[in-house]
Design a protein around this ligand. Structure first.
Ligand code: ADP
Length: 813
């Protein structure tokens, strides 16, 4: 390369300087630079590398570039990605740009080589040079000690290099210098001066690094100190906790303490809770134990400790609300008003616990809701059905994982007041097993002597339940644990008659459902005929729950037709019901119609109301076997045996083969075998069916009976008369045989039922049979006491059916 000036593509470098004899790799992205590289590659791979004065200049002009750079050799070009190439260059000789004569598509300049000063051997060996080299070595040593990650070969090169010019270039390329400093090294032709300059920069850099190090140390030690302080503070907190001292630092703990103190709780409770907060302060924030304590404190603080609603004790106001919400139920309402009256006279007195007993859907829950409304108490319900574990009532100790307070505390917390009306549903379904007896826990809850300091296992602190009013509901009193039953005042709610149901559906259920379905009175009319049919043919229940559901179904249909069927209003008549309800009416009861042999209508009482219980008897020639089927309990089986013995002693009287127990097989069956049946009250029905089957005499139509039988044929009193007679009426029965001893219970039976049924009191089985069986058909021979018409059992005048008052209309016949 003898030419001293030549034209060459230019690559403008940003923040980078390339020194002679140095290999360097860098990435290039600017199109003008890539174009310059391609041009160079097309020719002799020589390119002028010169640094820009400002890094930010995108398209540099002549004034933006330093003048001195290196003419370098491109050893490799790699495409790294779209629009970016990696170049490897080997720095060549120093050159000065004379004129940048092309700026597009790439820079091109006319450059002139700078003469390389050749140092004499004497100069290189001179003491001055040696001193300079040593100084460089010392400075570099210091530098290398301060920066990390300097490659070892750099260090050895520096140690071994005796050429001050090269050493200056080498260091300028490899140590941290500012662009101007590098450039000034590049521009310096004299090797000695170049290295001296470099030493100056290196010394200054060492100072900067020393200062930086010092600052870093300071920051580091400060950090360490603050960490140490933090640990110490935590330790102090723990120690303070051990000493029973409080720590003012922690906001959460302070907040808990403030909230506890604000509640003004009894001293014992307050100090217990504060102790828990202290315990919490000793726990690391994230520990499981601290989560448990926090959960506990939250539950305790959420209790409505000081909140009570102002009770309204006013009999008249309460009467209005109860009457408005419910039709009938006079006895229940009266009893509830009495309770309110007592409290009005003596607000401090301990109230009775009411237990509403009756079949489903007769309004037990809804009357309790009305009571809460009348008394201005909040209502909280909890169902005891299936509760077998004491912990359900009393909570789990908080040491258990996932432990919670019991249902009583939970319900009070939910009600957000300390004097709610707690409605305990299904108290008759309370179970008990090895996990403890929930009834005992409940007893404590309900006992006014004890419940002013009820202790829940989870809460641990006493809670005063004495302001809570309790009402319980049940389907039957039979399964309520005795001690609980003794604590409560039982109020019975019976089945509704069809007429009552009509009033309820007209005045309560329909308006309620219309409102819930967004309908106006005028938009859906259901005429009385349809309502009666709904009650009679589309529901079979003691209460009105299904009835309410049917009414809701009609309302839904009305909503739909008004919205999509272009209908303004809907009037429902009986004939529309099958389509609107999407069901056909229940078939009418068959019990009443025919006279049959060996089939008798018994009457049963169940939790959901009364029912007709058929007894069927078949007799076949055989060896005297007795078979009983239909899911019967022991009492029922014994009662069948008793009936059989009783008849055996009367074979003469009823012209039964005296040997029948030897040569006849008897099968007694109660249909609907899926339903368990027990109790003695089917006795006379079994005896009648047996006698009918054995004699072939038919049982009169429209007749039902209930009564226990003794071996001697006496008829004993039974329970559940009200529900049973209601069932008889519902099923189209006209005459009911009842034990004489139950006559006094007729007082309590609904007027409509009394008017519609004929009640025949009986004292022994002969009266029953003479009343129930038709006369023998073929045999004309008169049996001993076989009157064709009943003589021994006349209907009671007082309870004879009222056939003349048009009351029949209201009843299904
Ligand atoms: P229970 O708790 O006895 O099973 P509910 O209280 O749930 O029955 O009653 C079912 C529905 O019947 C409720 O909507 C209730 O308002 C209504 N109801 C029951 N009896 C009457 C009544 N005598 N007057 C008005 N509505 C009643």
């Amino acid at each position: 390369m003898e030419l001293t000036t030549w034209n060459i593509p230019v690559l403008a470098l940003r923040g980078l300087t390339v020194f002679p004899h140095m290999d360097l790799t860098f990435d290039v992205e600017r199109p003008i630079s890539i174009a310059a590289l391609s041009r160079a590659m097309e020719t002799d791979q020589e390119i002028f590398l010169v640094t820009q004065k400002e890094m930010g200049t995108a398209v540099p002009e002549e004034k933006d570039l330093y003048r001195v750079g290196t003419v370098s050799h491109i050893t490799q070009v790699l495409r790294v990605s779209e629009g970016s190439v990696r170049v490897m260059v080997e720095g060549g000789r120093r050159a000065r740009m004379k004129r940048l004569w092309q700026s597009e598509p790439f820079l091109q300049a006319n450059v002139e080589a700078l003469p390389e000063q050749k140092e004499s051997e004497a100069f290189l060996r001179s003491a001055r040079t040696e001193a300079l080299l040593r100084q460089t070595a010392v400075l570099f040593d210091e530098y290398a000690g301060r920066v990390s990650g300097l490659p070892d070969e750099v260090k050895t090169q520096v140690e071994e290099c005796r050429d001050p010019g090269y050493l200056a270039d080498f260091l300028a390329q490899n140590i941290r210098l500012r662009t101007e400093e590098r450039q000034s090294i590049l521009e310096e032709p004299s090797a000695y001066i170049r290295l001296r300059k470099l030493n100056e920069f290196l010394a200054r850099e060492n100072d900067v690094l020393a200062f930086e190090g010092e600052m870093e140390d300071k920051v580091r030690s400060q950090l360490a100190r603050s960490q140490r302080e933090q640990i110490l503070r935590t330790q102090i907190r723990v120690m303070q906790g051990e000493l029973g001292e409080t720590d003012d630092g922690d906001e959460e703990l302070d907040d808990y303490r403030a909230r506890i103190l604000r509640l003004g709780l009894p001293e014992e409770t307050e100090s217990h809770l504060l102790k828990e907060v202290d315990k919490l302060s000793k726990q690391p924030y994230t520990s499981a134990e601290s989560a448990v304590i926090r959960g506990y404190l939250d539950v305790c603080l959420e209790m409505p400790w000081n909140t009570q609603t102002r009770e309204r004790l006013n009999v008249e106001a309460a009467r209005k609300i109860l009457d408005k919400d419910h039709f009938g139920l006079e006895k229940v309402k009266r009893r509830i008003l009495e309770t309110i009256a007592v409290r009005q006279m003596n607000p401090e007195g301990r109230g009775q616990i009411l237990c509403l007993v009756g079949p489903p859907g007769v309004g037990k829950t809804s009357i309790a809701i009305s009571v809460a409304k009348a008394l201005n108490r909040k209502l909280a319900r909890l169902s005891l059905g299936g509760v077998r574990d004491e912990a359900d009532i009393r909570g789990h100790r908080k040491t258990y994982i996932g432990s919670m307070p019991g249902r009583i505390i939970e319900a009070i917390s939910r009600s957000k007041s300390m004097n709610p009306l707690l409605l305990l549903d299904e108290i008759d379904k309370l179970g008990s097993d090895y996990r403890g007896d929930p009834a005992a826990a409940l007893l404590e809850v309900l006992d006014s002597e004890q419940n002013c300091a009820f202790r829940d296992h989870f809460m641990e602190i006493p809670v005063d339940l004495s302001h809570v009013m309790f009402i319980t509901t049940a389907n039957t009193t039979e399964t309520i644990p005795r001690p609980l039953l003794d604590r409560m005042e039982v109020i019975e709610l019976g089945s509704y008659t069809d007429e009552e149901k009509l009033q309820i559906v007209k005045n309560h259920l329909l308006p309620k459902q219309l409102k819930e379905h967004g309908l106006k009175k005028t938009q859906l009319r259901v005429d009385d005929g349809a309502l009666r049919a709904l009650i009679r043919d589309y529901t079979r229940e003691s209460g009105v729950r299904v009835l309410e559901r049917r009414v809701a179904a009609l309302c839904r249909k009305a909503d739909m037709q008004i919205l999509t069927g272009g209908v303004k209003r809907l009037t429902v008549e009986e004939k529309d019901l099958p389509e609107l309800l999407d069901m056909s009416p229940y078939p009418p009861a068959l019990h009443a119609e025919r006279e049959e042999t060996g089939v008798v209508n018994g009457l049963a009482w169940t939790e959901v109301g009364g029912e007709i219980l058929e007894v069927e008897v078949n007799v076949m020639p055989g060896t005297g076997k007795l078979e009983l089927t239909g899911n019967l309990g022991d009492v029922m089986k014994e009662s069948a045996q008793a009936a059989l013995s009783c008849l055996r002693s009367r074979t003469d009287r009823y012209e039964i083969d005296p040997e029948f127990y030897k040569n006849t097989d008897i099968h007694i069956h109660f249909p609907e075998g899926a339903v368990p049946k027990d109790g003695p009250s089917a006795g006379i029905a079994i005896a009648t069916a047996l006698c009918s089957a054995l004699t072939g005499r038919k049982v009169r139509a429209g007749l039902a009976m209930t009564g226990e039988i003794t071996l001697r044929g006496r008829v004993l009193a039974i329970g559940g008369l009200k529900e049973k007679t209601m069932a008889a009426l519902r099923n189209g029965i006209g005459t009911v045989l009842i034990p004489q001893d139950n006559v006094r219970d007729l007082e309590q039976i609904d007027q409509t039922v009394r008017a519609a049924l004929e009640f025949v009191p009986v004292t022994n089985v002969d009266e029953v049979l003479s009343r129930a069986l038709c006369p023998a058909e073929k045999k004309k021979k008169k049996a001993a006491a076989e009157p064709a018409k009943p003589e021994t059992a006349e209907p009671l005048a007082a309870f004879a059916p009222a056939r003349s008052e048009g009351g029949q209309d209201a009843l299904r016949q």
